[in-house]
Design a protein around this ligand. Structure first.
Ligand code: GLN
Length: 297
């Protein structure tokens, strides 16, 4: 039997290997943890232990694949963490991003402030993908009845699995933006969406990890990335709750604060709209409180 490498030797080699390919060296650590099937603490405690040959072979195969093609680690491991929970992902859904956790934070804070804990409310997540927004809100807000729509059957398949694994009560609908909710006459107190918002001509600036692996349907939108917001806003009148008003929360691209604000203002001139920045000080979230439903166009 040949020499068995110790864990720290493998980790060092793998990190340097990724650096050579201009990849994030940290991926080596996460991928090795995944193959060893250990948590972070245990992983660091057993650095001196030898690594099984077959395990090393499988790890190297994934590592090389990542280095050469840019395949995201989440597609190799099959999951990503979001808001403290593990979500299943594959090539049919956008890999969860930390910015979207900030979107959740805004919705949760707003709901807790406005709705008393025993008052039921309806939330609709538009373009749910892996279901992260709908499922997290259903689990964080016990008084919420949550619906989630997506046009992609394959995305909904993943989202439904995630809801089941995490025991979240979410009703999934298939269709384009708000259309399936309109068909079922669903009216929501909160409409939330992280729609595709990257302009087609920005594709060249994206890394291969994103461009070649996240679904284009979840990334790109026409009209400088604004098409999805325009479509959703045009459908809003049929899904808002007239007597009480509805709040809309959008995740946006960093240059879309004003354009998205204007799209909403045009439909609801008297609404109260705020643009929030993410932790990197980039415009990332728009919150619109629709209070002028009677006068809306
Ligand atoms: N936030 C994602 C990114 O920057 C884009 C997702 C989206 O368009 N909603 O890659």
């Amino acid at each position: 039997m040949g020499k068995r490498f110790k864990q720290y030797e493998v980790l060092k080699w793998a990190s340097l290997f990724l650096e050579k390919y201009h990849r994030e060296p940290k991926v080596a650590e996460l991928l090795l943890q995944y193959h060893l099937d250990v948590e972070r603490t245990k992983f660091f405690a057993r650095m001196q232990e030898p690594i099984d040959q077959q395990l090393l072979f499988n790890f190297e195969e994934d590592l090389i694949n990542h280095a050469l093609t840019g395949i995201p680690i989440q597609h190799l491991t099959g999951y990503e963490m979001f808001y403290g929970r593990q979500f299943k992902v594959d090539e049919n859904v956008l890999i969860p991003r930390p910015e979207t956790e900030e979107l959740i934070e805004h919705v949760v804070t707003y709901v807790r402030k406005i709705f008393s804990s025993n008052k039921p409310l309806t939330i609709l997540d538009v373009g749910t993908g892996s279901g992260i927004i709908a499922i997290t809100l259903a689990l964080e807000l016990e008084n919420a009845e949550v619906y989630a729509a997506d046009i992609s059957e394959k995305a909904l398949h993943i989202a439904k699995q995630n809801a089941e694994i995490l025991h979240a009560n979410v009703e999934f609908l298939q269709g384009d933006f708000l259309s399936p909710a309109i068909e079922q006459e669903i009216k929501a107190d909160i409409i939330v969406s992280n729609p595709p918002y990257i302009a087609q001509d920005e594709a060249k600036e994206l890394s291969d990890t994103v461009k070649n692996f996240d679904p284009s349907l979840a990334l790109f939108a026409e009209e400088e990335g604004l098409a999805a917001y325009k479509k959703i806003v045009s459908q809003l009148p049929e899904c808002i709750i007239n007597e009480k008003g509805t709040s809309v929360f959008f995740e946006i691209g960093q240059s879309q604060g004003n354009p998205v604000k204007n799209i909403l203002k045009e439909m609801y001139p008297k609404s109260h709209i705020e643009v929030f920045q993410d932790i990197n000080k980039k415009d990332r979230i728009v919150h619109c409180q629709i209070s002028d439903v009677q006068e809306s166009k």
